[in-house]
Design a protein around this ligand. Structure first.
Ligand code: SF4
Length: 224
């Protein structure tokens, strides 16, 4: 059980804790970081983030590699035959919806935003298929805007390590936006997803290898 005192302690030490996690995660090069190797421009980053919900990073990397052999701009997406796009996106699941939405977003970015990906939260939310989490990751990763993107994994890990004690994603998001230093906000989503992929696994977290085990109340007594 995490006490209020423990939460306060964790918040006061958040920078130290975060950078210990980050260092450990980078050494393990999890899929969430590996995908950066194929995302060498903002178009590719946007497309990968847009397609990422409910998709494993390893599968996303596979699909993006195939897609980027065929397209390198939103104009290319508009020109691409829908059947071909669906075929490439098929391994992702919901591929018909994703293909249709990607074409719609490409059309809008080219025709309403002059080909430039919007750098404003409200404008991004106007794009079909872009929700708050996606919009915030885009703003953080493409424009260095200090937003915290919270999904089920970030919500789960933030509660597990004891930075927050919340029941919903939206509650976690509100608190993290308040307590995290700006430089940490930019990387928080990615580092925590990587932490969840390598050490603080959903089931059987590897507490023995954990760089923050001495801070984490939930890790006490675990020998995995
Ligand atoms: S000690 Fe265990 S539960 Fe706590 S953050 Fe580390 S891996 Fe996760």
């Amino acid at each position: 059980m995490i006490s209020l005192l423990n939460i306060v302690y964790m918040i006061n030490n958040i920078e130290k804790i975060f950078y210990k996690i980050k260092e450990s995660v980078l050494r393990r090069n999890p899929p969430v970081f590996r995908k950066d190797e194929i995302l060498d421009n903002d178009f590719k980053k946007f497309v990968a983030i847009f397609l990422s919900p409910r998709v494993k990073d390893s599968k996303l990397i596979f699909v993006c590699k195939r897609l980027f052999e065929r397209v390198n701009s939103f104009k290319d997406i508009i020109k691409m035959n829908l059947d071909e796009l669906e075929e490439i996106l098929k391994p992702l699941g919901l591929y018909k919806v994703k293909a249709k939405r990607l074409k719609s977003v490409a059309y809008k970015i080219v025709n309403e935003y002059g080909g430039k990906i919007p750098n404003d939260l409200n404008e991004l939310l106007k794009l079909e298929g872009v929700g708050r989490k996606i919009a915030k990751i885009i703003l953080a990763e493409l424009y260095n805007k200090p937003y915290v993107a919270v999904d089920t994994h970030v919500h789960r890990i933030s509660n597990r390590i004891g930075i927050v004690k919340t029941k919903s994603i939206s509650e976690t998001e509100k608190i993290l936006e308040k307590i995290l230093p700006e430089k940490i906000k930019l990387e928080y989503n990615k580092v925590m997803v990587g932490f969840g992929q390598t050490i603080c696994l959903p089931k059987n977290p590897k507490c023995r290898e954990c760089p923050i085990k001495k801070y984490c109340k939930n890790g006490k007594g675990k020998n995995n």
